[in-house]
Design a protein around this ligand. Structure first.
Ligand code: ZN
Length: 477
């Protein structure tokens, strides 16, 4: 789940299939507006990452198709001030053109700008030369590449920037902010993406897996290096410079959460080093769910894709947000098995098998929601009648806020009707063939960005009887 602004789960208090302690019930309370429970928070959190923008055609810039043909690696050097919420950073993004076309511009999604937290800290350079830049949307920074990058050639783009983060709220606050003593940095640096702007409903970026992302983090004296949650493995700690180095391979993004108040619970789960970082002594309880989810999803979808997993309590209570090898869970979501299971499912559906989260958010959200509900034995129910494959822009929103609720709202449609759809596919195919099909799909599309049609075609190929279900719930024909 990503946190959403207000997950719009229809009130289900009277629905006999929803147990008193189900996460959906919490969501129901949330939707009702009277109270907010852990589950509602969990779902809300799930919704968080979604935000976005109208696609903008840029003839000079790399198209979405081209983006899949760019290999990239990135080093982020950042000094973190956890007391004041400031980050001083330099990003070095190396891109290699593996397409057959020349690339004369790169579009970088800079989400912190949507909340006024971003400012340039010097000129952007390409191959050491100052480059022309232009904001083509509120959050899309177009960097001119001159001379154009020929097929097979590589160049390094250097971007100095600063962040000033404050107490966050809503879905954007769940991604980045200084809230409750936690500095959480998600979607915090310029990342190669399609052209879009921020949108208060849904997830805001489409990202391609980088060969490697390296984080070089300078920590304040107040923070122990163990109190840093991050995407990736720790490869170095220099106590004299207070510099922690973390690396991750094949990640679409890299996030960080830091707090001098973090308590750390660590466990090896079948070879994966799992750490739960919490502000209270709830780490053990959360770890039980994290370990169970990792094992169940490994059984369903294949091996967990990273050597490590950090689970970090972040400041906005009702939100959760997934990143490669790291999930953010607000207080309420942390208390919700549904929220934990939902976010961990995203490590397969988003981190490993990517999708266009703006145009086809159901591909990761519906599968993550279905996975968590099915694993926990909670029936999926919905009152939405809309196709589950709508883009996030089908729901009007401000750049950083939007209405996630309502019967035909984003959450009810993409998350819950999406889960109902997938459960209908499972019932039609049979459970073994259903999970076998998904496992094979994951294996065939590791680290890629897939289309929703690819997934429904996999169902059709496995069992043509699913075609009627696909037609009932989606617009794929
Ligand atoms: Zn989600």
């Amino acid at each position: 789940m990503h946190g959403g602004e207000r997950p719009a789960i229809r009130p289900v208090q009277n629905d006999p299939v929803i147990g008193a302690h189900s996460p959906l019930r919490v969501l129901a309370g949330h939707a009702g507006g009277a109270r907010r429970g852990p589950l509602a928070a969990a779902l809300a959190a799930t919704l968080l990452l979604c935000a976005v923008l109208p696609p903008a055609a840029a003839s000079a810039a790399a198209s979405s198709a081209l983006l899949g043909s760019i290999s990239q690696s990135c080093t982020l050097t950042a000094t973190l001030d956890v007391e004041h919420g400031t980050v001083v950073a330099v990003e070095k993004l190396t891109v290699r053109n593996r397409s057959r076309s020349r690339i004369d511009a790169l579009d970088l999604s800079v989400l912190p700008r949507a909340i006024g937290a971003y400012r340039a800290d010097g000129p952007v350079t390409v191959a050491g030369q100052r480059a022309a830049t232009r904001w083509t949307t509120g959050t899309n920074l177009r960097v001119t590449v001159r001379p154009a990058l020929a097929p097979g050639r590589a160049a390094t783009v250097t971007i100095p920037f600063r962040l000033s983060l404050a107490d966050g709220d809503g879905s954007f606050g769940a991604r980045m902010g200084l809230t409750g003593g936690v500095l959480n940095l998600g979607d915090w640096y310029p990342v190669l993406s399609t052209v879009h702007d921020a949108h208060g409903v849904g997830d805001p970026q489409v990202t391609w897996a980088a060969d490697r992302i390296r984080l070089e983090l300078t920590l304040p004296d107040s923070v122990d290096p163990d109190q840093v949650a991050a995407s990736g493995e720790r490869v170095g700690w220099d106590p004299a410079r207070r510099r922690l180095v973390v690396e991750v391979r094949h990640a679409r993004n890299a996030a960080v959460a830091v707090s001098p108040a973090y308590l750390v619970t660590e466990q090896d789960v079948d070879g994966t080093r799992v750490r739960v970082l919490t502000l209270g002594d709830t780490g053990e309880a959360a770890m039980d769910h994290v370990a169970a989810a990792l094992r169940r999803y490994t059984d369903w979808y294949g091996p967990y894709p990273f050597p490590t997993l950090d689970v970090a309590e972040t400041g906005v209570a009702e939100f959760g947000q997934e990143y490669p090898g790291l999930i953010f869970l607000g207080r309420d979501v942390l208390d919700s098995p549904f929220g934990i299971w939902h976010e961990i499912a995203h490590e397969w559906w988003y981190a490993l098998v990517g999708n266009d989260q703006i145009r086809e958010p159901w591909v990761d959200e519906a599968v993550a929601t279905f996975s968590s509900l099915h694993a926990l034995g909670i029936p999926a129910v919905t009152c939405s009648t809309l196709p589950v494959d709508l883009p996030i822009t089908a729901w009007p929103a401000e750049p950083t806020t939007g209405d996630w609720t309502g019967c035909d709202g984003y959450a009810e449609t993409v998350y819950l009707r999406g889960a109902v759809f997938l459960d209908a596919v499972r019932t039609t195919m049979g459970t073994d063939l259903f999970f076998g099909t998904l496992r094979a799909f994951v294996a065939a599309h590791r680290w890629q960005v897939v289309g929703g049609r690819d997934l429904v075609d996999a169902f059709r190929s496995a069992d043509i009887a699913t075609d009627a279900v696909i037609r009932e719930f989606t617009s794929y024909r």
